[in-house]
Design a protein around this ligand. Structure first.
Ligand SMILES: [Zn+2]
Length: 303
């Protein structure tokens, strides 16, 4: 009996040690504040071209400034004309900042900040889709501002994803750096709702050279990384074309997409802050930062 107690005690002690060993890579309170503000009713679902979208832009710009990101041509705002079946926006806006690395070779980190707005009088707040990804992008920028990266890291909060991946297309049509410097796109879209504590990384089927680095990402207490959702035979469950990373893939730029399985709040008015998982989300965002940090340490040839 005593021996069992001792073993149990030792086991608890080791668990505690490994939990402590998990480096704190982000400020949880700030992350939750970012997603809460971006998905507030006042932002009215952040449809491209609306006042809610402009409020979201102002908030993201204030966070870029606070973090200390550099800008291209003295502005984080990169405008483009957006035309879809549903609407035309003369001045859609991508927000782009960067942290110079030790090389000009770059990793472009993306998350779309737009969502679908108001329909039939109901606000589609888009907390998970994709205020969560923007929060993850801001947390990644904060981390690498304090831990100088090897790669130049470009942070692009994109507009017009919900209207056909248009912000990503505009970024690549009018890029702030030569496209052949881009080694990789890391796209975050929906990081904050999963009951099983599972975050997917998708893209290794197309870019198998990335697999060993994804396999090195250790699970966090509330989140673990699964690989998949990228094979053509998976049909609807192949996520290759489902978010902004597809625009990079179309141009033969490798991508890894981080996101959760679809859930009942997806593209529903119930995708609100109250329905995100506040313990899973910070660990999911931390997994993405861990992956980017592994790449900065190992410096693989990606293209
Ligand atoms: Zn999305």
């Amino acid at each position: 009996m005593k021996r069992h107690l001792l073993l149990a005690f030792l086991f608890a002690f080791v668990c505690q040690l490994s939990a402590t060993a998990q480096k704190k890579v982000l400020d949880t309170q700030q992350l939750l504040k970012d997603i809460k503000i971006l998905s507030a009713d006042s932002m009215a679902g952040r449809l491209s071209g609306t006042e809610g979208s402009r409020m979201a832009q102002d908030y993201i710009i204030s966070r870029f400034e606070q973090i200390g990101l550099q800008s291209y041509n003295n502005s984080y705002r990169h405008t483009f004309r957006l035309e879809s079946k549903r609407l035309v926006v003369e001045e859609a806006v991508n927000l782009i900042g960067y942290i110079p690395g030790k090389t000009d070779k770059a990793i472009v980190i993306t998350a779309h900040y737009d969502h679908v707005g108001v329909r039939d009088g109901e606000i589609y707040n888009g907390a998970d889709d994709n205020a969560s990804g923007v929060g993850g992008l801001l947390a990644t920028a904060s981390y690498f501002k304090k831990h100088k990266p090897y790669y130049t890291l470009i942070f692009a909060a994109l507009d017009g994803e919900e209207l056909g991946l248009q912000g990503a297309n505009a970024f690549l049509e009018n890029p702030p750096l030569a496209l052949d410097l881009i080694q990789l796109n890391v796209n975050m879209d929906m990081l904050s709702i999963n009951q099983q504590g599972e975050l997917y990384a998708s893209g290794m089927y197309h870019y198998p050279a990335l697999t060993p680095y994804l396999q090195q990402v250790a699970a966090r207490p509330q989140a673990r990384l699964l690989l998949g959702h990228d094979r053509p035979e998976q049909g609807q469950n192949d996520w290759t074309k489902q978010s902004d990373h597809f625009q990079f893939h179309k141009r033969q730029i490798p991508f890894i997409y981080f996101g959760v399985e679809d859930h009942p709040h997806y593209h529903k008015p119930s995708d609100v802050y109250a329905n995100i998982n506040p313990v899973f989300y910070p660990d999911a965002a931390a997994l993405v930062i861990d992956f980017i940090q592994i790449l900065n340490k190992k410096r693989p040839d990606l293209r």
